[in-house]
Ligand binder design. Structure first.
Ligand code: NAP
Ligand code: GCO
Length: 268
């Protein structure tokens, strides 16, 4: 059966920052594709406890949440050891945890720029480097980096985020180049504009009830004419995590409702 190629049966998947939003949607899709164990982390116990409720409400019980900041290299290494002891091997890693700061570059403080780079680019290096040795030893592994429209495009106020996500695209290609011989596939999943807490400020209706101008802008810039839902990324994530993509390496798959193919709606 061709659908067997997409099965994640027997696989353990760690999705960083999968308490809600895109990470949660991807973890849910993995569970529905048969993953043995779902592992996730966030920065606070409160976030972990809330997420357990969301997973359990979906009927997902083979789930393990840990408090861990992905920028803390020591804590990440310790967590990898803890996962091995308490859950088992990590077959699939999704570098999802991320933040954005929307500040004009000339007003942004160096520390603010650095924080975005640390979480969105340095952390995927830290977590991947901690998981790669066991994948190399097993000669099998999948790493999925959550990229962005900003891996390709710029826009006002998101300089640090674009620099990080552009870098993440190249880190993806380099992991492919460096570890492909160990049967490790590292690909990027590049979401378009997705309705999650991260983008909520861009979708808030105006005081008069009209659409936020950015909301209208994104609907006009997307051939699909709408924001996408996080669950719409699940199929591509499962593809990239499964044997169906064993010959796909170093690619960024954009799930963007067509944004990158489109010059934008013509003025009427
Ligand atoms: P979100 O709703 O803000 O969720 C981000 C998650 O990352 C939260 O669970 C957060 O947990 C976690 N996180 C942030 N910093 C962390 C850290 N240092 N250590 C551990 N966990 C951390 O964001 P989202 O929209 O789902 O985005 C998820 C990923 O997709 C991000 O990389 C984002 O850049 C990317 N993306 C989003 C969109 C979009 O339109 N939404 C489009 C393209 C790409 P806590 O804060 O509770 O710790
Ligand atoms: C922004 C957005 C983004 C998106 C996403 C696009 O302010 O432009 O938050 O950058 O979240 O990454 O793919």
């Amino acid at each position: 059966m061709i659908s067997n190629l997409f099965s994640l049966e027997g696989k353990n998947a760690w999705v960083t920052g999968a308490c809600y939003g895109i990470g949660f949607a991807i973890a849910k899709a993995f569970a529905k594709a048969g993953a043995e164990h779902i592992i996730f982390n966030a920065r606070s116990k409160e976030a972990i406890d809330n997420a357990y409720k969301l997973y359990h409400a979906e009927g997902i019980t083979n789930v393990h949440g840990y408090v861990c900041d992905v920028t803390d290299e020591k804590a990440v290494k310790a967590l990898v050891e803890q996962i091995h002891t308490e859950v088992g091997p990590i077959h699939i890693l999704v570098n999802n945890a991320g933040i954005i700061k929307r500040i004009p570059m000339h007003e942004m403080k160096r520390e603010e720029f650095q924080q975005v780079i640390d979480i969105d680019l340095v952390a995927p290096y830290i977590v991947s480097a901690a998981v790669l040795p066991e994948m190399m030893e097993r000669r099998e592994g999948k790493i999925i980096n959550i990229c962005s429209m900003m891996s390709e495009l710029g826009r006002e106020t998101v300089s640090a985020y674009a620099a990080a996500k552009g870098g993440l695209k190249m880190l993806t290609r380099n992991i492919c180049a460096e570890y492909g011989e160990y049967n490790i596939q590292c690909n990027g999943l590049g979401p378009g504009y997705i309705a999650t807490p991260q983008t909520a400020p861009l979708r808030e209706p105006q005081p008069d009830g009209s659409k936020h101008p950015f909301d209208a802008f994104i609907c006009a810039k997307t051939p699909a004419g709408r924001w996408l839902e996080a669950d719409e990324l699940g199929g591509t994530a499962v593809f990239l995590a499964s044997h169906a993509s064993d010959a796909v390496n170093g690619q960024i798959i954009y799930v963007d409702g067509g944004i990158l193919a489109y010059i934008g709606r013509q003025p009427k």
